[in-house]
Design a protein around this ligand. Structure first.
Ligand code: SAM
Length: 289
């Protein structure tokens, strides 16, 4: 078999090529800011503020709406410019009142940032995934990801019980959820917001997949947000949720869905349909896991 052709930089590279290659590395180096900056925008309530201005707000309007320390005011425009460059908002530079000599930036919500608005009365939060974003961009995951190389090098045998997450936090994901009330609340809200968002679309556009189905089990269904939404939209479907005992046993019975405590690797209650949504076994990242 002949080897692939020689990579460009193995040959004599020009200064311009080297500079371009280094610029690419800078982008990778600070790539995490693409996740951190929207997290900052959500915390400051920027998507909500633009939404309250009808989906388009000027920098001055954002300054009036968002509490920023006086000494940091110039930084807001830099964060907004970064977010616009990464596609979260659309920036337009126009004169502020038609007469002003100095043009100022205006920011439009985009399809993505519209999903970060959590005070839209017309959708009652069903089209908002800001909690999901906040949870997934949390330091818990970021810290765990720093251990990836060490985890790949560490040979802990066939059990492969350690994950980058356990290396960082000394416990597996669900143990941390269990012991850290703030993280648990953040995780619950994240899963809830994703379930409401996805179910709204499923109910509206894909209801036919449940035609003829009379029972459904949501495997790893957590607090039952998804199963409850299905039971409400499709009353002919009897819904149950299978989850680990410490989750299922803690759920109060409300007559809408039945909670079954168990491990899916051992047992899945019989039903016409089995739903897996955002299921991750954070403890089984083995070769075949
Ligand atoms: C990422 S959450 C997703 C929750 C829900 N499906 C959703 O989309 O909002 C994964 C769920 O799977 C559950 N889980 C993890 N391992 C499980 C197992 N072996 N058997 C049953 N449930 C499990 C967790 O307790 C958690 O509630």
């Amino acid at each position: 078999m002949s080897p692939p052709s020689m990579p460009v930089l193995a040959m004599a590279a020009t200064g311009a090529e080297l500079m371009k290659a280094e610029a690419e590395l800078w982008c990778h180096n600070f790539g995490y800011l693409k996740s951190v900056a929207p997290r900052c925008a959500i915390k400051l309530g920027i998507p909500n503020a633009i939404h309250r201005h009808g989906g388009l707000a000027s920098l001055s309007e954002l300054h009036a709406a968002i509490p920023i320390a006086a000494s940091k005011r110039p930084c807001l425009s830099r964060i907004m410019a970064f977010l616009a460059a990464s596609g979260l908002f659309r920036e337009e530079i126009v004169p502020s009142d038609g007469t002003a000599a100095v043009a100022e930036p205006w920011y439009h919500l985009t399809a993505a940032s519209r999903l970060l608005v959590d005070d839209d009365d017309s959708t009652e939060g069903r089209n908002c995934v800001s909690q999901l974003f906040t949870s997934c961009s949390s330091p818990f995951y970021f810290t765990a990801s720093q251990n990836l190389a060490e985890w790949l090098q560490e040979d802990d045998g066939a059990a492969a019980s350690r994950t980058p997450f356990t290396m960082a936090h000394g416990a597996d994901f669900y143990d941390v959820v269990h012991r850290d009330a703030a993280f648990a609340a953040c995780f619950d809200e994240a899963m809830g917001s994703d379930s409401r968002f996805v179910l709204e679309i499923v109910v509206r556009e894909y209801g036919e997949v449940l035609a003829g189905v009379t029972s459904l089990v949501d495997v790893g269904g957590h607090n039952g947000t998804t199963a409850r939404a299905i039971a409400k939209a499709f009353p002919h479907v009897r819904c149950s949720v299978l989850d680990l005992p410490r989750v299922a046993d803690a759920m109060p019975a409300d007559g809408t869905v039945e909670f079954v405590a168990g491990d899916m690797r051992e047992f899945i209650p019989p039903a016409d349909a089995v739903l897996f949504k955002v299921w991750m076994d954070y403890g089984a990242l083995t070769n075949d896991g």
